[in-house]
Design a protein around this ligand. Structure first.
Ligand SMILES: Nc1ncnc2c1ncn2[C@@H]1O[C@H](COP(=O)(O)OP(=O)(O)OP(=O)(O)O)[C@@H](O)[C@H]1O
Ligand SMILES: [Mg+2]
Ligand SMILES: [Mg+2]
Length: 502
């Protein structure tokens, strides 16, 4: 179906109510894999981080990674879930080359965490509660790359390359209960939920949750039911959506597609679908009816996981402040609007600003540099703010130099430039580039004398009481010192020398 055959979004929502379910996979940042000691480091030579266990060779036995369980429990607690006192892993059997064992070790009817919720804030400030069905532990599959042939996609490809470095990396799958009652805001809720979940995961420190790197990916389940009816319609499941914007677009597209099919008397088949960034559409993957029966059964090679109450309570004590509440608190502390806070968040500047403030800088100054100069630079270079070669401590030092009057904004900007260019820390750059404000009486006095001598008409006006005219003399001093003069001190000296009161 092409986009032009869709019914409009408003028309779709006039007759139908969306029901949505979100499955989010998060790759944990543990040092080793979930069931073996192989490294999880990204970027290694393909198939260099594998062993008999993650390759599923006969006789190999898995062992559970405690750090993986710990992260799962902390995620569960942060999502207000109940934590299972006892649970098991299960084998999800399927035959596909990305899983060399021929099954994925997962959890089925005994997840480690269940029955929770996450409150998310929508753009107008309204808080929407998303109920969590469960969060369970599993392992990632290998990575297949389909090459050759006309399209490079699986059906047109001549062969596939397999890299098992990713096979066995711990994953947590977080599944929502059916989200009802979001109405026309369903796509917005989907985006806000994934955004909030990502912030939470990052705050917990269990994953960097970088969607563009596949560390966090979302399956969007969607169905429509005629307005006013109870029974859920058949869902489609758009797989592996990997940006916040795409999550919103995929939900929106599916609402329009389902409405088009249903209103023309067609039936929705339960299937997986693929999302396409270029035009925001989805296309059919495989039908679930003919999909594999996973023949789940409890994993016989692993002992059950039974987190003690004491351990769970100890982990509860390590939970960070919820991102939504932290944002609210910082917004108040910094005295900025919700809208401004949103831009800070979008720029990834919350933590750099907080760290700069912790290092002693005033919040407005810290925000000014991170959201101005540095955001622009990160944008130009196409990197995250935190990847710039300058630290919050260095920005705090520059703010201190401004506060003590050694630098003005222009010189501070040049100092930042120097640090970014690898010329050293702020003090070193100031020294090397000779950026300190000229405020010592000698050098400044000479510049002031020259400015007065060079502009006798203006000097005369000031002497005659037109104090505003002194601005032009300050300008001349600034020019002569290439912007490095202490402007306030220069003005004071000019007035003194011309014998007028400031
Ligand atoms: N009729 C429906 N319409 C929309 N969403 C639904 C509907 N029925 C279930 N869902 C949601 O779809 C998601 C289903 O995820 P779940 O992991 O339980 O099963 P699955 O997709 O069959 O399994 P897999 O993990 O193998 O993809 C849940 O978020 C659930 O709330
Ligand atoms: Mg699913
Ligand atoms: Mg699932």
């Amino acid at each position: 179906m092409t986009v032009t055959e869709l019914v409009s979004y408003d028309e779709a929502l006039a007759s139908y109510d969306p029901v949505m379910g979100l499955e989010v996979h998060v790759e944990l940042g543990t040092r080793t894999k979930m069931f073996c000691g192989c490294s999880t480091e990204l970027g290694a030579e393909p198939n260099s981080q594998v062993c008999p266990t993650c390759l599923g060779l006969p006789g190999a036995l898995p062992v559970v990674n405690k750090a993986g369980v710990e992260s799962a429990v902390r995620i569960g607690l942060a999502l207000n879930c109940r934590i299972a006192e006892w649970c098991r892993f299960a084998r999800k059997n399927y035959f596909y080359p990305d899983m060399p064992k021929n099954f994925q070790t997962s959890q089925y009817d005994e997840p480690i965490a269940f029955d929770g919720y996450l409150d998310v804030q929508l753009e107008d400030g309204e808080v929407f509660r998303v109920e969590i069905e469960r969060a369970h532990m599993e392992e990632d599959t290998g990575k297949s790359t389909h090459v050759g042939g006309a399209t490079g996609r699986i059906h047109g490809a001549s062969h596939s390359l397999l890299d098992y470095n990713r096979a066995g990396i711990p994953l947590i799958e977080i599944v929502t209960k059916p989200i009802v009652g979001a109405g026309e805001r369903a796509p917005e809720v989907a985006k806000a939920y994934v955004a909030e979940l990502r912030e939470l995961i990052k705050a917990l420190g269990v994953s960097e949750a970088r969607m563009e790197m596949g560390q966090m990916r979302c399956d969007v389940n969607l169905s429509l039911r005629p307005k006013g009816t109870e029974k859920f319609g058949t869902r489609s499941e758009t797989k592996n959506v990997n940006s916040l914007r795409s999550v919103e677009r995929a939900a929106r597209f599916e609402i329009q597609r389902h409405a088009a099919v249903l209103s023309s008397g067609g039936t929705i088949i339960q299937e997986t679908r693929h999302f396409h960034e270029d035009d925001g559409s989805t296309t059919s993957g495989r039908a679930k009816e003919e999909a594999e029966d996973y023949r789940y059964f409890p994993e016989p090679d692993l002992v059950p996981v039974a987190p003690s109450l004491e351990w769970v309570e100890e982990l509860r004590g390590t939970l960070p402040e919820l991102p939504r509440l932290r944002r609210k608190r910082l917004q108040e502390e910094w005295g900025i609007s919700e809208h401004e806070m949103q831009s800070v968040l979008n720029a990834g500047a919350v933590d750099p600003i907080v760290t700069t403030v912790d290092a002693g800088a005033p919040a407005d100054q810290a925000r000014k540099w991170w959201m101005g100069e540095l955001a622009r630079r990160a944008n130009e270079d196409g990197v995250e703010l935190t990847a710039l070669p300058i630290t919050p401590a260095q920005i705090a030092r520059i703010c201190a130099l401004v506060a003590e009057g050694s630098l003005n904004d222009k010189l501070a900007r040049q100092t930042i430039e120097g640090v970014l260019a690898g010329e050293g820390g702020p003090d070193e750059v100031v020294e090397k580039r000779g950026l300190k404000i000229v405020s010592d009486e000698g050098a400044l006095g000479t510049a002031v004398d020259e400015a007065i001598a060079g502009n006798p008409d203006i000097a005369e006006k000031v002497r005659g009481g037109k104090i505003q005219a002194a601005g032009a003399l300050v300008g001349a001093v600034m020019k002569a010192t290439r912007g490095q003069a202490d402007a306030a001190r220069a003005r004071q000296m000019i007035l003194e020398k011309l014998g007028v009161e400031g």
